[in-house]
Design a protein around this ligand. Structure first.
Ligand SMILES: [Zn+2]
Length: 132
């Protein structure tokens, strides 16, 4: 297990990284941003078709914001700053569209399934779902 100790602790530091508040922000951003790929992949495998869950957009937004803060306030690197300066726009837009879709969804009073905003009948049980 010496190899594991050597891998984790280098020069008296965890992973050989000089840890401080901004490094923690940057690594939290990295982990959050990376985790969105696992979440999306899992959702796609589970549904056996390409699925982008709403948590993907939240993880994207939080991860990109942390990395943007790290780039802007700590690294002050124009390339890094530009890479994350505008990515929040599609993330927020997808979250807004998702919220609007949920608000316009019609829920069946008999079986509880959700149908699209144009639906007159439940796709699952055929119950009429009232228009507003
Ligand atoms: Zn129904």
């Amino acid at each position: 297990m010496d190899w594991l100790t050597d891998l984790l602790w280098r020069e008296g530091r965890f992973l050989g990284i000089e840890w401080h508040a901004w490094k923690i922000v940057g690594w939290l951003g990295n982990l959050t941003f990376f985790s969105r790929f696992l979440v999306q992949w899992y959702a796609t495998e589970r549904h056996k078709r390409v699925v982008v869950p709403v948590s993907f957009w939240w993880l994207s937004l939080v991860g990109a914001t942390l990395l943007f803060a790290y780039a802007l306030f700590y690294r002050r690197d124009s390339v890094f700053i530009f890479a994350y300066a505008f990515t929040w726009i599609p993330y927020v837009r997808n979250l807004v569209v998702h919220r609007r879709t949920l608000a316009s969804t019609r829920r069946c009073s008999r079986c509880g399934q959700s149908s699209g905003p144009q639906a007159s009948y439940c796709w699952n049980c055929g119950q009429a779902i009232g228009g507003s």
